[in-house]
Design a protein around this ligand. Structure first.
Ligand code: URA
Length: 252
């Protein structure tokens, strides 16, 4: 298998999944039905990262299904001109928190190495964070508000993804890369990141007009479509910049 080919990336993701599928790293494993690892194109240009699974995700083991999934598949994929199979989707936390509360620090810290490995394997052109929690986690514990930040192109400063070595003193269980035993280096990769409103926030805030078959103009659903159209433009630009260059090599 050619390293960094689609087939190779899928294989790496399969290995990573095998390392995490029975994770008992935090208390969420006691109440989850299914761990929601992530799914999609292992070689995607765009990686979506949400917060945590909800009830439907917990039952199915898949990210963004249920009402959030409908919004995702129809409006969001429509704006991107891509299908769900073209992109990769995961969450900061892989197991459903009770009563859909925000994940707490220990849950996030335990699960973040999995997200970082996924980012490393997929090596997307751009990351879309869904909601405030994912944005603030990926920008190293900031406390941005999503109302002001949504649609912003975080190209500088980049969110920094650290892979390799240890995370919070914990060796990554899913470490699958053929690195030298002695190589304890931490590779710092930088990705463009665009935050968007959380699907649940959109569904709560905008009331869908069933007569007109659409969300109200100017509401958060439509603002998100604008944000995603900006994502498409930026991805096209990055594709031109990275043409013929294996991105991961260029970035390390
Ligand atoms: N569904 C997910 O998988 N993640 C979210 O953050 C919201 C809904």
């Amino acid at each position: 298998m050619e390293p960094w080919s689609r087939e190779w990336k899928q294989h790496q993701l399969d290995l990573l999944y095998a390392a995490w599928e029975n994770c008992q790293g935090c208390e969420l494993h006691q109440t989850r039905k299914k761990l929601v690892f992530g799914e999609g194109n292992p070689d995607a240009d765009i990686l979506f990262i949400g917060e945590a699974p909800g009830e439907h995700e917990d039952k199915s083991g898949r990210p963004f299904v249920g009402d959030s999934g409908k919004l995702f598949d129809s409006m969001w994929c429509g704006a991107l001109g891509q299908s769900r199979e073209d992109i990769y989707i995961t969450n900061i936390v892989a197991c459903k928190p009770p009563k859909n509360r925000d994940p707490i620090a220990v849950e996030k810290d335990q699960c973040l190495p999995r997200v970082q490995e996924i980012i490393y394997i997929v090596d997307p052109l751009l990351i879309v964070s869904v909601g405030k929690f994912a944005l603030n986690t990926l920008t190293s514990g900031r406390s941005w508000g999503i109302e002001k930040q949504h649609g912003r192109m975080f190209s500088s400063p980049h969110p920094t993804i650290k892979v390799g070595g240890e995370h919070n003193g914990v060796e990554i269980p899913g470490r699958v890369f053929p690195r030298k035993e002695s190589d304890k280096s931490i590779h710092t990769l930088e990705y463009d990141l665009v935050p968007v409103f959380h699907t649940s926030y959109i569904l709560r805030t905008d009331s869908y007009d069933t007569n007109a078959n659409q969300f109200p103009k100017g509401g958060v659903a439509h603002q998100t479509l604008d944000d995603l159209q900006a994502v498409v433009k930026r991805v096209e630009q990055l594709k031109r910049e990275y043409k013929d260059i294996p991105r991961i090599v260029e970035r390390m």
